[in-house]
Design a binder for this molecule. Sequence first.
Ligand SMILES: Nc1ncnc2c1ncn2[C@@H]1O[C@H](COP(=O)(O)OP(=O)(O)O)[C@@H](O)[C@H]1O
Ligand SMILES: [Mg+2]
Length: 297
Amino acid sequence: MRCVTFFMPELLAKMDKYPGGVCLLVISVDIILEIENLVVRRGDRTIVNAPHLAVRRGDLHTLIGLNGAGKSTIAYAVMGIIKPDSGRIIFEGRDITDLGITERARLGITLAWQEPARFEGITVGEYLSISAKNSVIDGGDDGGTGGVEKRVYEAMKMVALDPEKYLDRELGEGLSGGERKRIELAAVYLMRPKLAILDEPDSGIDMMSIYEVIGLIKTINAGGTTILLITHRQELAEIADRATLICAGSPVLTGTPVRVGEQFEEMCWRCSDRDFRLKKPGEPKPEECEEYEKYGV
Ligand SMILES: Nc1ncnc2c1ncn2[C@@H]1O[C@H](COP(=O)(O)OP(=O)(O)O)[C@@H](O)[C@H]1O
Ligand SMILES: [Mg+2]
């Protein structure tokens, strides 16, 4: 059994001390984000209770679950928008639980809101240029390609907005929710964060087809950004490498989207609009509850 020497020749010397030899197979999974024992309470309710959730670097990882399951709350805790009552958030091996939003953004985490923000007094063009200049993966370097403006135009085209019509408009009340949502996706594309949390990127995007959203998400992911995608749309969930089902504030199952989709209705009861309960093994259906529908749509 000398196979260790093929992988780790530097251990060869030690083999003499262990004459029997060791055959080691080291499988290392690169985890970019890890959540440990995360608890968020509001009043007397525990809205998130996540003992463990891990996202692998480079993955497109989706969180699925009905409205009210706790998905956005998990996203806000990772971005630092809310402070958890307990637990830890680890990013690239570093405990970021006590860091603020700006520090987390500097480390390469970005959140695209379910309801995108309005910015009065700043134009779409200015907002996207700032995003391009702050790109994390390439440090804002345009590689001498004459860059920022060209990239902004390209990003606008990717979200199917005409740059000539939009770049000088203010990013405020004058734009619809769907338009702001597309501009936010364009900003994520330009920022090239290490981790992008996309909270229901398809919601409110009426004119842009789901397939355009999928294309853009895949492009962002292919550019080296790990994506945590929150959705309850099956078409979106199925593009992911891995999926985690969130039920009643807890991750209950992680696996391929197909497997998680198949088991979705097996895992949770839907007991009212805001009451989702984990099924206990062998438990008969509580009177006030219904079966969860696949993907919750
Ligand atoms: N600030 C808050 N105060 C009280 N309840 C909240 C607050 N924020 C979220 N909730 C509740 O926590 C649950 C999870 O919300 P959320 O994370 O937005 O779910 P999802 O994104 O999966 O739809 C919901 O029942 C919601 O009403
Ligand atoms: Mg939400």
